[in-house]
Design a protein around this ligand. Structure first.
Ligand code: ATP
Length: 455
């Protein structure tokens, strides 16, 4: 059964996972804030990625580069010239629209590679109407660069700068400094997590396409003769990651870009697509960028960016780029985990079956009553459980209601403290997914939860 995006968005808002941003001013250009629980999920995603792809791999190092880079970067990378969408304005209702999307949805053809005039002609000749007002009164198609530009206070040659549209270029700019300051040997990779900005004309589908987002990217520097084998290795690592974050293999798919559709820098690209409730869409990508970027930066900077083997000829290393969107990861994880279940007693529950590693609240502790020393005992237990991450004390309402509250936000396990606890130092633990309950000794609690949920 397809899950309802409307219900997912509403749960995210209601429970402080993701809010529309600038809401008191009526919202702003499809941007979102991660609330108290969403920011925990986001941190968990980024920490897990960093551990998995940077810390745990001997041939990887990390950097944290700036958002504003030397403007020549974007000339060299091709973004100034090529990072464009084709747009039209409806002269009647003033809607700004992606011209290629208009054509694709009506004629089911791909506009990749067609120039502005050709797309204008397709719109004019095929009775394509404005989806907002139904009129056929468009401006000619024109290119629109997706980079956000900004003014530097200092005047002179470089008064205009750009917010980076991808984190990758900061890595290429730091290639030389990393090689000079560390003991890396080919093949090696540089990983980075950070914000990227794109002036998307038609943002939408919640946090799937936004103007400000985060990427987790790796530039993996290799000898060109090894690219095919290493490409496969990275693609396997990306699929393993998808499983580690709880996506079922039947919900994510490989999509190989046809050679004539590749970006200007790529010789091979495979995306991982995910079955979102609004359709199968790109989640991650893996591209073989050849030596395009470093060669371009050599040309534009007049610096040598070569690898030198002892006694061998210096050469520009080639690059594989596994790229992961943080926001799309969170969206996929939430869509995958969101379930509405009918229970035996006829009632319903909403449960977010998110892997414990990513769950915002790891454990909740409930005193059965707000008296007789049960709150104090609960807080004592809560302290011990802080080693797992964020844990919450909850004494509001009936126990059943508290379970439901934590099911909705994906808390993997709840611990209830009752009068028996005071007699024999035991508590009840209740599993989110199976809803089964078990009585165990407090002295065994940390080991048990560790083994079952957080190992
Ligand atoms: P799309 O075709 O959906 O616009 P893309 O191919 O332009 O994506 P890349 O340039 O490969 O995307 O960016 C790498 C990753 O960054 C994507 O796989 C995605 O996870 C994420 N990403 C790209 N654009 C956005 C956006 N506007 N909002 C949220 N995440 C994004």
């Amino acid at each position: 059964m397809t899950k309802s995006m409307e219900k997912i968005v509403s749960l995210c808002k209601r429970r402080g996972i993701i809010f529309p941003s600038s809401e008191i001013y009526g919202g702003f250009a499809n941007s979102y804030s991660y609330g108290p629980l969403g920011s925990e999920i986001k941190k968990n995603v980024k920490d897990l990625w960093w551990k998995n792809f940077v810390r745990d791999r001997e041939e990887m190092v990390g950097i944290d580069g700036p958002i504003l880079l030397h403007p020549k970067t974007w000339e060299a990378s091709g973004h100034l010239e090529n990072f464009n969408d084709q747009l039209v304005d409806c002269k009647n209702c003033r809607a700004r629209l992606r011209a290629d999307h208009l054509v694709e949805s009506k004629l089911k053809i791909d506009c990749e590679g067609l120039d502005d005039d050709a797309v204008s002609k397709l719109i004019a000749e095929n009775d394509i109407k404005c989806p907002k007002c139904g009129e056929k009164n468009f401006t000619p198609v024109r290119k629109f660069n997706l980079m956000f530009s900004t003014e530097m206070a200092k005047t002179g040659e470089h008064s205009q700068a750009f917010l980076r549209p991808e984190t990758a270029q900061a890595i290429f700019l730091d290639y030389k400094n990393v090689v000079d300051s560390t003991r890396v040997k080919l093949p090696f990779g540089i990983g980075q997590i950070g914000k990227a900005f794109r002036n998307e004309i038609t943002p939408g589908n919640f946090i799937f396409r936004v103007i400000e987002f985060e990427q987790m990217e790796i530039e993996y520097f290799i000898r060109p003769e090894n690219w095919e084998k290493l490409f496969e290795k990275w693609f396997d690592a990306m699929k393993n990651w998808c499983e580690e974050i709880g996506l079922s293999p039947e919900n994510f798919h490989e999509y190989e870009h046809a050679p004539e559709k590749l970006s200007h820098y790529s010789k091979r690209t495979i995306d991982i697509e995910y079955d979102f409730p609004f359709g199968k869409k790109e989640l991650y990508g893996l591209a073989y960028r050849t030596d395009f970027d470093l060669t371009q930066h050599e040309k534009f900077s007049n610096q040598k960016l070569r690898w030198r083997d002892e006694g061998g000829e210096p050469f520009v290393p080639h690059v594989l780029e596994p790229t992961f969107g943080v926001d799309r990861t969170i969206l996929a994880v939430i869509c995958e985990g969101f379930c509405e279940e009918k229970l035996e007693d006829g009632s319903e529950r909403v449960v977010l079956k998110i892997v414990p590693k990513l769950a915002p609240v790891k454990v909740a502790v409930f005193p059965l009553m707000k008296k007789d020393g049960l709150p104090e005992k609960s807080r004592e237990i809560l302290e011990k459980l802080k080693i797992f991450g964020l844990v919450q004390y909850d004494d509001g309402g009936a126990i059943g209601k508290r379970y439901r509250r934590h099911d909705e936000i994906g808390t993997p396990v709840c611990v209830t403290v009752d009068y028996e606890t005071l007699e024999n130092e035991s508590v009840t633990i209740r599993d989110r997914d199976t809803m089964t309950q078990e009585r165990i000794k407090i002295s065994e609690l940390v080991a048990k939860l560790s083994e079952k949920y957080f190992s």
